[in-house]
Design a protein around this ligand. Sequence first.
Ligand code: DX5
Ligand code: ZN
Length: 216
Amino acid sequence: MKVAPSIIAADFSHYQEELQKIKDAGADCLHLDVMDGVFVPNLTFGPMIVEAIDRVTDMTLWSHLMIMQPEKYLKEYIAAGSDWISFHVEATERVDQCLAYCKQHGVQTGLSINPATPLEQVKHYLPHVDILLIMTVTPGFCGQKFMDDVVPKIQEARQYMIEHGITCSIAVDGGVNRENACTLKKAGTEIVVAGASVFRSHDYAQAIQELRCSKV
Ligand code: DX5
Ligand code: ZN
């Protein structure tokens, strides 16, 4: 499994060192949690910080937009250096427009769904999506408890994609740790986002290796 550490769990007062450490630890890309304080009850950072991070690392930057009306900000987050963008189906009336815009501008396109959102709500978009980001916490903060009852949705998504010949990658985000990583892989997950389980560990490389669940 690919591992995308979530930078909001890092020590931002030493963010350049943290970026170098996480790259050296083998992270596959960097997950940037953008929160507007409206779609989720937390406020993190805007395009300026994405640009600052892009200046100091060559890692793939994955902006997870937990913001209302992402269609208003895609241009800025892409210009700031986002290589992948995930936005929430619950946050916009213009999913098709957002998907098309991301594709036109050459970024990997992700659609994210909250734990309470049924897969039914996004199935028809999946042929046009590179990454389906399934939330296993209610978005807003790192360090939350993994929601086991979302695992069937991962299995349902995998099954649906196999039956319909869809090649979209399944990513899971929220409370991922070494205890649940193998369950997620068996359910069909290809990419895990991890904040606390990586940045609160004393060995980032070991934490990332454990999340890969290579033995399964
Ligand atoms: C939640 C964010 C997640 C979170 C992951 O709103 O989208 O990316 O920061 O952190 P952990 O792995 O600690 O839940
Ligand atoms: Zn995230």
